[in-house]
Each structure stands twice: as C-alpha cells, then as structure tokens.
Design a protein around this ligand. Structure first.
Ligand SMILES: Nc1nc2c(ncn2[C@@H]2O[C@H](COP(=O)(O)OP(=O)(O)O)[C@@H](O)[C@H]2O)c(=O)[nH]1
Ligand SMILES: [Mg+2]
Length: 192
C-alpha cells in the first residue's frame, strides 16, 4: 500500500545525512523492480548508499547484505525499506518478523527503531493497522504522512491515545525536506 514509506525513508536519510551521519539503505521491498528504482532515486537525493538485489530476492537476505555493508563501511545508520503489506496477509507479516530476527541477531547492540508509516488521509483505518503491527513486531514509533493534504490530522490523537506509540515524524509534502519531527504539544495546541 502506498502510505509513503519509501518517500519517508528518503526524507529521514537526508535529515541524518545533514546531521553528519553515514547512512545505508536496504531495498527490502523486492516485490516490484519499480520499488527498488524509486528507493534508489531517493538514496541518491539523500546521498546515502543503497544495497539492492534483483526483484524477487528474499527481503531478509537483502537486509543481511545491508547489515554487512553497514558494518564494513562503518556507517552510522541502516534504514530498511519493506514492502507494503496488509496486516491480514500472514506471509508478509512473517517476512517482517524474519527481517527483525536477522537484525536482532546481527546487530544486537545497536539502537533500533521499528517505524510504521501511516497515511493521515486514511483516518480510522490507521488505528487498526497500528494494533496489528504492534503485536507482531514491537513498533517503536509512527511516521504519519500526507498531513499536508488532509484535515484529518486529528486521527493522530486517536492513534496515540489508543496505542501508546509515539508519532516521531510527520510528512507534509512530497519533497525531501517536507518532514518534521513531531511535537505533540505543539500539535495539540494547533488543532484545539
Ligand atoms: N502530499 C504528500 N504526499 C506524500 C507524502 N509522503 C509520500 N507522498 C506521496 O505518496 C505516494 C506514495 O509514496 P511512497 O513513498 O511510494 O509510498 P510507499 O508505497 O508506502 O513506499 C507518492 O506519490 C509520494 O510522493 C506526504 O507527506 N505528503
Ligand atoms: Mg515503497
């Protein structure tokens, strides 16, 4: 599903890069060749290194290779893009669990974030998605995209109050700098 995952990864990579970090991106959405191409464009814009394999490659093996590249090049941050998945598609969930296991095994001492990217225009549906993913992969945060194109910003409040998972970034457009670090206090003040 097109929630803005790949775009958000490009924006986050760019932000990290500007902070002086060396960033590697794993193209673990291997279902469509176009997904890898799109990610590569973002990696170039952000000046990050991409690790990619052919369409159809086991996503977990792409992540494994990217972990090796991260270690070998002494990079500071590895970001893994994954395929869009509906939470009722069990094999896709299983794949996510497999990716997480590899990261936990290969990078046990690293600081990890598992972010779910939600499209603010989908409203209530976003809340049930967080529930499903929270149980499976221990989400640590939410990226809420497309807040520029909707009046449904109030959905954030519902997501946060029902799930106890913080919104870390918000997407406010399609360009590389169109992302903000979410400040819940400011946000509440703005919409009340
Ligand atoms: N207006 C707006 N569009 C966005 C935002 N984030 C992503 N998009 C657009 O949403 C579409 C899908 O984004 P993509 O990153 O490919 O989603 P993915 O399929 O989840 O990886 C693209 O056309 C993006 O330009 C945002 O914050 N605001
Ligand atoms: Mg994508």
């Amino acid at each position: 599903m097109e929630y803005g995952k790949t775009t958000s990864i490009g924006k986050i990579a760019s932000r990290l890069k500007k902070d002086g970090k060396k960033v590697v991106i794993a193209a673990a959405d291997t279902f469509r060749a176009a997904a890898v191409e799109q990610l590569e464009i973002w990696a170039n814009r952000a000046d990050a290194t991409i690790v990619k394999r052919n369409e159809g490659t086991d996503p977990a093996s792409v992540v494994f290779d990217a972990i090796r590249a991260t270690k070998e090049t002494n990079a500071d941050v590895l970001i893994c893009d994954t395929a869009g998945r509906l939470h009722n598609k069990k094999y896709l969930m299983d794949e996510l669990v497999k990716i997480k296991k590899i990261i936990d095994r290969e990078m046990p001492d690293c600081c990890k974030e598992i972010l779910i990217v939600l499209d603010a225009t989908t409203g209530q549906n976003a809340i049930s998605q967080v529930k499903a993913f929270k149980e499976t992969v221990d989400l640590t945060g939410i990226v809420l995209t497309k807040l520029d194109g909707t009046a449904k910003g109030g959905v954030v409040l519902g997501i946060v109050s029902e799930n106890n998972i913080p919104v870390k970034f918000i997407g406010v457009g399609e360009q590389i700098d169109d992302m903000e670090i979410f400040n819940s206090e400011e946000f509440v003040n703005a919409i009340i």
